[in-house]
Ligand binder design. Structure first.
Ligand SMILES: [Zn+2]
Ligand SMILES: [Zn+2]
Ligand SMILES: [Zn+2]
Ligand SMILES: [Zn+2]
Length: 403
């Protein structure tokens, strides 16, 4: 427990207490399940907005090393069926989304148990390869080692180009770490190399884990339950401000190839999996075949991507403006859109707001009593529900009504 928070209870209790108080101070007829859901979504929006407000350059090419604690504490059943099973399911979903949001980035997965750290899948694996290997990961005897896991991640980062942004994400379940040396020396090395470490604990706040995160500008969090754990993972999807680039403030040129997609009648062997394929991408430099982009050419090492991947990645540096909460504007000029007999009727400066506002994204009727959960695009003044707001900022990356 953090000494500053003494008397407040454990970190994991604070969030729950806040949610319960939030719920009970609302109206009498409360639907607890949907209220908790809304509170969580609102917190997610607030977190996202905070991140977006930071308009510094974000790194487009990320190298993420995911470390999973594989000690026996992962057999704990507080998350059903076990912590390990839940972690695997969420991580597989996370990896798929990660490649979707960051097409030019790479992931490796490590495991720690028995006082050691071992590689589960390396940077050159495709999302499917990662998931296949992750499924096979099993609980090991003995305690996990944070230091060994960080050292192994750092060894992997040695091969990484200078322009890339290096991150470690640890899913930690145990309350102890079995380290061979001084972990503070490892923290200094992490800082020197501009590596950001974020940790999600599945049990409670542990001092050394918090220390690693705060020293490396990462984020430490404790998962309250299954859903909260998934949300905490999602926070690592979008790129953050790069540590190394923001310090150096220089521009780097990156060599990249845009391969041609070939559909051939006679199957050819791909250089990545050594398998026969009819649809292949030809490397513009060495003319070898790859079965998928974005990837690195296995023969000449050139980064292969399509223009769509570049656009998607560049959008992160051009984010959609934060949507305002309808409540913020209650005393200023608001235009309410009300459904008429067919066409939309626009009523300006209406003093009594209508009971329901239609979301421009999914056409859901949003109750205007819950103003906090209705967002307004500052450019086109369209109303969106909380789900659409999150979808626009996390996945779509552009306002459908502005464009
Ligand atoms: Zn292949
Ligand atoms: Zn090549
Ligand atoms: Zn909506
Ligand atoms: Zn808009």
């Amino acid at each position: 427990m953090d000494s500053e928070n003494e008397g407040e209870g454990y970190a994991w209790e604070v969030g729950i207490k806040k949610d319960v108080i939030d719920m009970l101070t609302k109206e009498e007829n409360i639907n607890i399940a949907s209220d908790v859901d809304m509170v969580r979504k609102f917190e997610r929006k607030q977190y996202m907005d905070k991140m977006k407000a930071n308009s510094q350059t974000k790194s487009m090419i990320r190298y993420l090393s995911i470390v999973i604690d594989l000690s026996s504490s992962m057999k704990n059943t507080d998350m059903k069926p076990t912590r390990l099973a839940v972690t695997k399911v969420h991580l597989m979903k996370f990896i798929a989304n990660y490649f979707d949001q960051n097409p030019l980035s790479l992931v490796s997965v490590l495991g720690t148990g028995n006082g050691r750290a071992n590689l589960i899948s390396d940077y050159f694996s495709s999302p499917n390869d990662h998931c296949d290997k992750l499924k096979e990961a099993e609980v090991q005897e003995g305690d996990p080692s944070v230091q060994n896991a960080l050292e192994l991640s750092m060894a992997q980062f040695k091969e990484v180009p200078r322009y890339a942004f290096k991150e470690v994400l640890i899913i930690y379940s145990s309350m102890i770490t079995c380290d061979p040396g001084n972990v503070f020396e490892t923290i200094d090395l992490l800082k020197e190399n501009g590596i950001r470490v974020s940790i999600i604990s599945l049990s409670a706040a542990v001092f050394i884990l918090q220390k690693i995160c705060s020293e490396t500008s990462g984020e430490f969090s404790v998962a309250k339950d299954n859903t909260h754990f998934e949300e905490l993972l999602q926070r690592n999807l979008l790129p953050k401000v790069s540590l190394s680039i923001s310090e150096e403030k220089d521009t780097l040129l990156v060599k990249m190839g845009f391969p041609k997609k070939n559909i051939v009648s006679q199957p050819v062997i791909c250089s990545c999996h050594k398998l026969l394929n009819c649809v292949v991408f030809e490397c513009p430099k060495c003319k070898s075949y790859q079965c998928d982009v974005p990837s690195f050419c296995k023969v000449c090492g050139l980064m292969l991507a399509s223009s769509a991947h570049l656009t998607r990645t560049a959008q992160h540096n051009n984010p959609v403006d934060n949507f305002k909460i309808a409540d913020d504007l209650s005393d200023t000029k608001i235009t309410f859109h009300k459904e008429g007999d067919g066409d939309h009727i626009m009523i300006e400066n209406q003093e009594i707001p209508p009971d329901f506002i239609t979301c421009k994204g999914c056409e859901k009727q949003c109750n205007t009593k819950d103003f906090k959960y209705i967002s307004i695009c500052p450019k086109c003044n369209s109303y969106f529900c909380l789900d659409c707001d999150i979808f626009i900022h996390e996945t779509l990356l552009s306002c459908p009504m502005c464009d």
